[in-house]
Design a binder for this molecule. Structure first.
Ligand code: UTP
Length: 291
């Protein structure tokens, strides 16, 4: 059976990034650098490698720099061209979207992730779509979102990308319940947000990539506030599970939570070490700290 193609991705970027203050006081969290480029550059590259054709950023006040990042910086480009700094100029130009490839909608108040996704409803329309939480930089040989889309092509419905954590950490995350653990793709039977220690149905946590069917929007429209007084995407997914299939995909790769200070540091170290031009120098610079 062929399933309707996933062409669009929603990237919610309206959160306040309080866990990485003061760095995010004036710079949007999503534009903090990991080595030599903003976090968003990594997730957009991941989505492009998965065949995404349209990006819907759900943005908010003080996040205008995100829109600017994906546009020409005419003066800078002219300067680089005049000084024949061609390599970096080409790198900048390669980041730019094709005309019309990105939309920006405003979430006027941070009512939660569920509300942010709902703000994208008119641009997504009646088709399956991806949700990408940009704090999560997922380093994988085959793009994490591509792995999710491959799973969707196989089983259809809704896909949640998950990853295992030690059992004593499950209470910090959204955790999925799966039917029977056979391989990496398993039918889900439930999910729970931050379960009390010792009560989690598995050690597989929701890790920031989703393929969802458009029926989620009707549920989000009527979704009551949940944990933290916010409209939670998890609560509407749980309701959608009554009528639609959900599968959890344990993806093959490493996740860095760049919305957290130590996660951001880990991402910087890991990406520096594997950087094609900077890797060797990064290793030399870091080694003395461990001797
Ligand atoms: P987080 O809770 O990690 O983001 O939400 P945050 O609020 O920016 O971070 P802290 O906890 O204050 O440090 C996950 C994703 O959902 C988006 C965030 O931008 C982030 O990408 N989000 C969250 C919204 O777009 N709107 C919201 O109302 C809440």
């Amino acid at each position: 059976m062929t399933h309707k193609r996933v062409r669009k991705a929603v990237i919610p970027v309206a959160g306040l990034g309080t866990r990485v203050l003061p760095g995010t006081k004036v710079v949007p969290k999503e534009l903090l650098n990991v080595v030599d480029r903003p976090i968003l550059s990594y997730v957009v590259a991941e989505a492009r490698a998965a065949g995404i054709e349209h990006f819907v950023f759900v943005t908010g006040r003080s996040k205008g720099a995100i829109e600017d990042y994906f546009d020409h910086q005419v003066e800078l480009e002219a300067q680089l061209a005049a000084k024949k700094k061609t390599a970096i100029l080409n790198e900048l130009l390669a980041e730019l979207p094709k005309a019309g490839e990105m939309s920006f909608v405003r979430q006027m108040q941070p009512h939660g992730l569920g509300h942010a996704v709902w703000c994208a409803r008119d641009i997504i329309g009646d088709e399956p779509f991806a949700v990408i939480l940009p704090d999560m930089v997922m380093d994988a040989e085959v793009s994490a979102l591509k792995q999710a889309i491959n799973a969707y092509d196989e089983v259809g419905g809704n896909i949640i990308v998950v990853e295992p954590v030690p059992h004593d950490q499950t209470h910090q995350y959204g955790v999925v319940a799966v039917e029977a653990k056979g391989g990496r793709l398993n039918k889900m039977t439930g999910m729970v947000e931050k379960p009390a220690p010792g009560t989690a149905p598995s050690n597989l946590i929701v890790s920031g990539r989703y393929i969802l069917q458009p029926e989620i929007f009707e549920l989000l429209a009527s979704q009551e506030k949940g944990a933290g007084g916010e409209i939670q995407l998890t609560d509407s997914m749980f309701r959608l599970m009554e009528t639609q299939g959900f599968h959890a995909l344990e993806y093959d790769g490493v996740t860095y939570d760049c919305g957290d200070k130590i996660g951001l540091l880990r991402a910087n170290v890991a990406m520096a070490l594997k950087h094609p031009e900077l890797g060797e120098a990064a290793r030399a610079a870091l080694t003395p700290f461990f001797q």
